[in-house]
Design a protein around this ligand. Structure first.
Ligand code: BDR
Ligand code: CA
Length: 339
């Protein structure tokens, strides 16, 4: 009798702790997405907005990058409207980089910053206030190390927030960045990737702040590429969101396929969201990295010490490989949850 009661109590305790662990595991991650939409940014936004169980998107903050700030901000609001997620505020931020002259990528993303789909003025406007002040206020008042930032464009907004109030780092859990290149080489100069080249000084500020950083550089995004079968897989989802993604990608991938002779095109920024949802799809290692902000041929290069030859302490997680089919399986499954 006594043994049976003890057994039941033990079983109950095990069940309680399993449920508690599941509850902890299930709590969605507090996330701010900083972005310059951008075709691949919009795919990233769809993936994130379709994943409310894992990601609590507190806000989308926009920055000038692929196109001017007014267009990146409009495109972010369009993505939100298409995904039926008008509950998420969109704050506009920096209209130009910290130091360098602005550059854009309309040759890749089109004059409107969005390939393959018509654009219009979305019904809902921007949130009141500036993205930089939003970041300062939110991170300063957040629980310690509670907010994740997904950085999908030049890092100007976060750099400005860190310059304004350095102690906001205490509110940050981690920062996951699409940017940089090492093994792959650059896509805007022989050694520089666009987001770093657009504002290397901002990337230096973020790197120097001591926050936990993960980089998804071209090394990985050029391995996670489309194929005809993968585009058919997305189209087979058969809803409005998947059709938008297919239309956007069909137009967007042409540029990289022609330029690099690749068999498919990358969806750079969406790998950041996939990493947050399913880190097991990716591999990399902790390394020491610096950003070269000196004028010259190596301007904005990410100097990634993959083999640790400099014997410097690691300051970033550098993602080097990804499961391409796993990524497209995740994207299709999540798009199926939208309309
Ligand atoms: C990065 O540059 C931008 O054009 C894309 O949106 C992506 O963030 C790829 O180099
Ligand atoms: Ca981007």
């Amino acid at each position: 009798m006594l043994i049976q009661t003890a057994k039941r109590l033990l079983q109950g305790a095990i069940l309680m702790s399993t449920l508690a662990a599941a509850a902890i595991h299930a709590a969605p991650r507090d996330l701010i997405i900083d972005t310059d939409p951008g075709a691949d940014d919009v795919v990233a936004l769809f993936l994130a907005m379709a994943s409310p169980d894992e990601l609590k998107i507190r806000a989308i903050t926009t920055v000038a990058g692929n196109v001017r700030l007014d267009k990146t901000s409009r495109n972010a609001r369009l993505a939100r409207e298409w995904a039926g997620r008008e509950d998420i505020p969109v704050y506009a931020g920096a209209g130009r980089p910290l130091v360098r002259t602005p550059i854009y990528a309309a040759d890749v993303h089109g004059e409107e910053g969005l390939t393959g789909v018509p654009v219009h003025e979305p019904k809902q406007g921007l949130a009141k206030g500036n993205a930089v002040q939003y970041l300062v206020d939110t991170l300063a008042n957040a629980e310690p190390h509670s907010v994740t930032l997904a950085m999908l464009g030049p890092q100007t907004n976060l750099a400005l927030a860190l310059i304004q109030q350095p102690d906001i780092v205490k509110g940050i859990k981690e920062v996951v960045i699409m940017g940089g290149a090492h093994f792959n080489g650059g896509n805007i100069t022989p050694v520089a990737e666009f987001n770093l080249y657009a504002d290397p000084h901002a990337a230096e500020v973020v790197l120097g702040s001591g926050v936990k950083l993960t980089y998804l550089p071209l090394d990985v995004t050029h391995k996670v590429i489309t194929s005809d079968a993968r585009l058919k897989q997305l189209a087979a989802v058969g809803n409005g969101a998947s059709q938008k993604v297919v239309d956007i990608l069909n137009a967007y991938i042409k540029y990289d396929m022609d330029k690099y002779g690749m068999t498919g095109g990358p969806v750079h920024d969406a790998t950041v969201i996939a990493y947050l949802l399913k880190p097991e799809l990716f591999s990399g290692k902790q390394i020491h990295m610096t950003v070269d902000s000196r004028e010259g041929p190596t301007f904005a290069q990410t100097v990634a010490d993959w083999y640790g030859v400099l014997k410097q302490p690691a300051n970033v997680m550098w993602i080097e490989n990804g499961d391409a089919q796993g990524f497209f399986d995740l994207l299709s499954t999540r798009l199926a949850r939208l309309k």
